[in-house]
Design a protein around this ligand. Sequence first.
Ligand code: SF4
Length: 96
Amino acid sequence: MVLELLVLPVWLLSTVQLVLVPLCFVLAWSLVVITAWNLISAVRDGVSRATVMHKIPCAECRYFTNDHRLKCPIHPKVALSESAIDCADFEHAGLI
Ligand code: SF4
């Protein structure tokens, strides 16, 4: 009697397989697609962030001191930040 209860009927197994196989297929590929999408998104964000950071002109400015205590005597709070992009006081260090 106990053994008869442990054996699942064939129709139940085939029904479960009919539901679980496509469901697991969709879930697995969804996981792959989400992971790939996150990787692509991270690379795209990193590239756009690097592009913005390379627009900061302070490293080539004659007023840049390269000292962490006072990076720039003209705009000390703005130096080496995104606010320094298009700084009106930028002068190329090579012009001295
Ligand atoms: S003057 Fe402007 S560009 Fe030059 S170091 Fe200071 S903040 Fe940067």
